[in-house]
Write a protein that binds this ligand. Structure first.
Ligand SMILES: [Mg+2]
Length: 219
């Protein structure tokens, strides 16, 4: 058995496209210009801006009477139905397990939101475990969350892989835990010359396929 840990947002599921669609609908419902959706997407920072802070900024910018807690709720759950597991990703996960890999999702976020994403996308049947930072009280890049994930699968970290899109949370964190790392670049160039992932490709499907087949795809 070989260990494969995989990030969720913008790795297995295309959060960016879903959030973009949600922001467009949100702004349209308020009668705002399309450029305002781009402002929300920018302020969201791929989900890394704390939700309360983003909710406050949205409330102020659009002059909303809505309570911050309700805007946070909308930010957490409004785009979840718009996230899908694409066929190519589903196929490589199935192939990896057929070849003896054990797979855990390792994701930062709230338990309610991340669990709902996994259920909605039908991801549960493609992985062996799900590790969510809020549930564990520790988040990426802390190596402890990768240890927890490996333990959940009954495997050691040694020889295992971490695949994800975030240079710090996924790649630096995975390396610090002693894992090999595959970077989902989403068309970007790797920027940190002091630390380089073992392989890189544009999509999770391509990275996981390369990891499983042992094909080198350096940055
Ligand atoms: Mg991610």
């Amino acid at each position: 058995m070989v260990l494969l840990l995989v990030d969720l947002d913008n790795t297995l599921l295309d959060r960016a496209s879903a959030f973009d669609l949600w922001a467009t609908g949100f702004v349209r419902a308020l009668g705002g210009a399309c450029s305002e959706a781009a402002w929300i997407v920018d302020a969201d920072r791929d989900g890394y801006e704390p939700r309360e802070s983003l909710a406050g900024a949205i409330k102020e910018r659009f002059g909303l009477d809505t309570a911050i807690a309700d805007i946070v709720d909308e930010l957490l759950f409004g785009h979840v139905d718009l996230m899908n597991l694409d066929t190519a990703t589903a196929n490589v996960l199935k192939n990896a397990r057929d070849q003896g890999w054990k797979i855990a999702v390792v994701t930062n976020g709230t338990t309610a939101q991340q669990s709902l994403k996994i259920r909605t996308a039908g991801l549960e049947s493609y992985v062996d475990a799900v590790v969510i930072s809020e549930s564990e009280g520790v988040k990426k890049p802390d190596p402890e969350i990768f240890r927890i994930a490996a333990g959940r699968l009954g495997l050691e970290l040694t020889g295992g892989w971490m695949v994800g899109d975030h240079p710090t949370a996924d790649i630096a964190g995975g390396k610090a835990a002693g894992l090999k790392t595959g970077w989902v670049s989403r068309g970007k160039k790797w920027a940190d010359s002091s630390m380089i992932p073992n392989l890189a490709a544009d999509t999770a499907a391509e990275v996981i396929e390369a990891v499983v087949s042992g094909v080198a795809r350096p940055c």
